[in-house]
Design a protein. Structure first.
Length: 567
């Protein structure tokens, strides 16, 4: 083959182009791919000259070639020809092509490398460690140290199993979002329900984040804000203004990013701030422990009263929802460089171990530090004197660091919210990544609605107790379990995985029912308490009025010695 045409023809013979009619995706395989397969088969050859099958778990999901400048995205052979030319300059023999070093997949000119393992770990960890970390010391106070740590470990392991099941069946179904894999397993109505759960859960979480930011910085009814303590009351202390400035200056630029991989550095900073809180809490607790000023912690839950049992029912959903990050698994996986289920599972396991360590350290140190006075949100304990040197400075560090942590968590949660709203409202439109205007428009609308929710709604906590016991549990355990059970015949679900799927489903349904019943009972108790207080106030007022009238009558001449009957 001497001519250039012959060289090009030989190249086209050596290269195999696979076109996916379903997704319009192009894959290009070079000769070393076949060499790789032959080596794999030979390595599994037995002495009896029969061949064993390749293990199912050993595979790599090939990356689709995308090129926004072309309607179909078919890459040209120019890159391959340039590579060939560099290997066989002035060589007339095509057999001297360096097959071993030829790329497995020929990348287009606009190829952008994906996320690495560290960035994916930080993004997934940030999704897990949000505002709920501050409720863990209170759950430790209710559950006791032993049961609390056991629950943290068990829920972390179960959550990781559900994430791995979700990844496996997402790849099996070629689903790029949470809703798509749900639809493949249960149909379109279930997909719409799952997307509504993501929207309600994520939007509610983001509203709560803004409420916390406003309360910490500008103060609330029961606690002084950072600005109050530093500069006193003024225009800078207005809650709505503080939230608006935070949203415009910090949140809007971060939320406008198109790829979740772009948030890797901010996610790393968010995890570092969470670790900083753990270090501060442990340091203060250790100092007070050395000085002998820490009470003995409770090791087991208290079941001696109805109130204690009610508290136990309320904290169980909190512990169950502590690891819910499933709505961000697919976005992170989609941007993973050289993605494969094995790689994503490794990311999930690293994230789980990291979160277990942070959660256990936060819960134990916070509970040891404040004991029976631990608030449901331990952050409120840090506006008081800690009883050590530099207490005021540490209080500022913890509270401001926590606000920075929430600011960096906010865009990660917002990313999946925006993706889900786009998939639900603009289902027939091109991917959001290809439409910058639609992405920015959705971001602006969502941020405005979240801001209105955080400033105009007087009390939103009660509603989110119910959504946490329903939507979060559904996203973390109910949907993944049903997906695994419905698609078990396609995904080679083992007996142990089948049992675990049923266990997670039953556990999630039980926790959801217990959480809803506990919240309803709490509302009834609160209403009864309010009703009792109101009646007591009325009785006290009537008694005071009766005594007032009696004193007036007592002063009337001529009736002082008479018996007065008042009905």
């Amino acid at each position: 083959m001497k001519s250039g045409d012959s060289r090009e023809g030989s190249l086209r013979i050596f290269l195999l182009v696979c076109y996916s009619a379903e997704g319009g995706e192009i894959y290009i395989f070079s000769p070393n791919y076949y060499c790789f397969l032959i080596c794999q088969i030979m390595s599994h050859r037995k002495d009896t000259n029969d061949y064993s099958s390749l293990p199912i778990s050993s595979y790599l999901e090939l990356q689709p070639q995308t090129d926004s400048s072309k309607s179909l995205g078919i890459p040209s052979f120019d890159e391959a020809e340039v590579y060939l030319g560099s290997k066989v300059d002035n060589d007339d023999d095509d057999l001297e092509i360096d097959v071993d070093n030829y790329p497995l997949v020929v990348m287009g000119p606009n190829h952008v490398s994906g996320s690495g393992v560290p960035g994916a770990v930080f993004n997934l960890t940030t999704t897990v460690i949000g505002a709920g970390i501050m409720a863990l010391p209170a759950t430790m106070k209710v559950l006791g140290v032993v049961l609390g740590i056991i629950m943290i470990i068990i829920m972390g392991v179960l959550s990781e199993i559900s994430v791995e099941l979700l990844v496996r069946f997402s790849v099996l179904c070629k689903a790029s979002s949470y809703g798509e894999v749900v639809q493949h397993a249960m149909g379109r109505p279930a997909r719409i329900l799952s997307e509504i759960c993501i929207i309600v859960n994520n939007a509610g979480v983001l509203v709560v984040y803004l409420i916390i930011m406003g309360d910490v910085m500008s103060g609330s009814v029961h606690h002084l804000g950072v600005f109050d303590q530093l500069m006193g009351n003024g225009v800078w202390d207005q809650r709505k203004l503080v939230i608006l400035v935070i949203m415009v200056v910090f949140l809007a630029p971060l939320c406008s990013l198109d790829k979740i991989d772009s948030l890797s550095l901010t996610s790393a900073a968010s995890v570092a701030l969470a670790v900083m809180f753990v270090v501060v809490a442990f340091t203060v607790a250790f100092i007070k422990l050395v000085e002998g000023r820490i009470d003995a912690p409770r090791m087991v839950p208290d079941l001696s009263s109805k109130t204690a049992i009610l508290d136990l029912l309320v904290v169980i959903p909190i512990m169950t929802n502590a690891y819910v990050c499933h709505f961000n698994v697919q976005p992170i996986y989609n941007e993973l460089e050289q993605r494969s289920p094995q790689k994503m599972n490794r990311i999930g396991r690293i994230t789980t171990v990291l979160c277990i360590l942070v959660y256990a350290s936060t819960a134990v140190s916070g509970y040891l530090l404040f004991g029976k006075d631990t608030e449901s949100d331990v952050l409120t304990n840090f506006d008081k004197d800690l009883g050590i040197r530099f207490s005021l400075a540490l209080n500022y560090i913890v509270r401001v660091g926590y606000i920075l942590h929430l600011i960096l968590v906010f865009p990660v949660i917002h990313f999946s919210l925006r993706q889900t709203v786009d998939a639900l409202v603009f289902e027939a439109s091109p991917p959001l990544l290809e439409s910058r205007k639609r992405s920015l428009g959705l971001t602006a609308v969502l941020l405005i609605l979240i801001y209105i929710g955080s400033t105009m709604i007087p009390n939103i906590w009660t509603a989110f107790k119910f959504t946490g016991a329903t939507t979060a549990v559904s996203l973390g355990f109910i949907f993944p379990s049903i997906i695994a059970l419905r698609l078990s015949h396609q995904g080679d679900l083992s007996r142990g995985e089948w049992i675990l799927s049923w266990l997670m489903l039953v556990l999630a349904l039980t926790v959801s029912i217990v959480g809803v019943v506990g919240n309803v009972y709490s509302l009834e108790s609160l209403t009864s308490c309010f009703s009792f207080s109101f009646k007591a106030m009325l009785n006290y007022s009537n008694l005071s009025l009766l005594q007032y009238h009696h004193s007036l009558i007592w002063l009337i001449p001529g009736v002082r010695d008479q018996t007065i009957i008042v009905t």
